[in-house]
Write a protein that binds this ligand. Structure first.
Ligand code: PGA
Length: 240
């Protein structure tokens, strides 16, 4: 794994942006694997700024998102489909038809997982952007998830519900279940870019880079990926 330590959040976002821009410039039809959460917001702002100022086009770019809460869709401003539009897609020339995410309101969860897995088979990510949870999760793959798992519905852990509750009015409002790509779908990406900032991520980042590869720390599977780059700030790198 390549490790790039950035000075701060701004510097982390700039370095991440440079990697993503290279992928889009080399292949205007690239498949971008996208993540939600607060970590990639700086990267998304830089993509929007670059599109506005330099005209970098996303017209033919295609996207697949990692995860979505069960029970939420675009009509909820807490859904990830809403998040992606507000924080990225609305600021690019991307065709929304080319953007993909699990349908949180699907009637048949099993069929929805199968649909998404089939889609990922034909839309292999040229780059997959990831954050990391304080417990080492990637997407909503919580500790204990088999590395071989594909898209599935998960029960969120108390730690993740607590981490994400800051984005909801009340902790009771955080959905208890979510759809997520599995580690196998993530590992299938041609290139992986994982971002981390802040001291609360330091322990997970240490496990990601230096720990044993174990399903107890889902992010550790990335040690087995041939082209994975971690960009983190000094606080998140403090235990390395
Ligand atoms: P965060 O979430 O970017 O909001 O810290 C990361 C994650 O849980 O994957």
């Amino acid at each position: 794994m390549k490790v790039i330590i950035a000075k701060d959040y701004e510097d982390m976002s700039t370095k991440a942006f440079e990697l993503v821009k290279r992928v889009v410039t080399e292949n205007p039809e690239a498949v971008l694997g996208l993540a939600t959460g607060s970590t990639p917001l700086g990267l998304y702002a830089k993509m929007a700024e670059d599109h506005r100022e330099n005209g970098t086009s996303y017209r033919r770019v295609r996207t697949v998102n990692l995860d979505e809460y069960e029970g939420l869709d675009i009509t909820s401003d807490q859904s990830y489909v809403y998040f992606m539009r507000k924080n990225l897609f609305d600021h690019l020339d991307i065709d929304l038809e080319n953007t993909n995410i699990e349908n949180g309101r699907a009637e048949n969860a099993e069929a929805e997982c199968a649909r998404y897995n089939a889609l990922l088979e034909v839309m292999r990510q040229d780059i997959q952007i990831l954050g990391i949870g304080s417990n080492g999760h990637i997407a909503f793959n919580e500790p204990g998830t088999p590395f071989e798992a594909e898209t599935h519905v998960v029960e969120l852990t108390e730690s993740t519900i607590k981490d994400n509750s800051r984005l909801f009015a009340r902790v009771e409002d955080v959905p208890r279940r979510a759809y997520t790509m599995g580690p196998k779908n993530i590992m299938n990406a041609r290139k992986i870019l994982i971002l981390a900032n802040g001291a609360n991520k330091a322990k997970a980042v240490c496990g990601l880079v230096k720990g044993k590869v174990t399903e107890a720390l889902p992010a550790s599977v990335l040690q087995r990926h041939p082209d994975c780059t971690l960009v983190c700030d000094e606080a998140a790198a403090s235990l390395l």
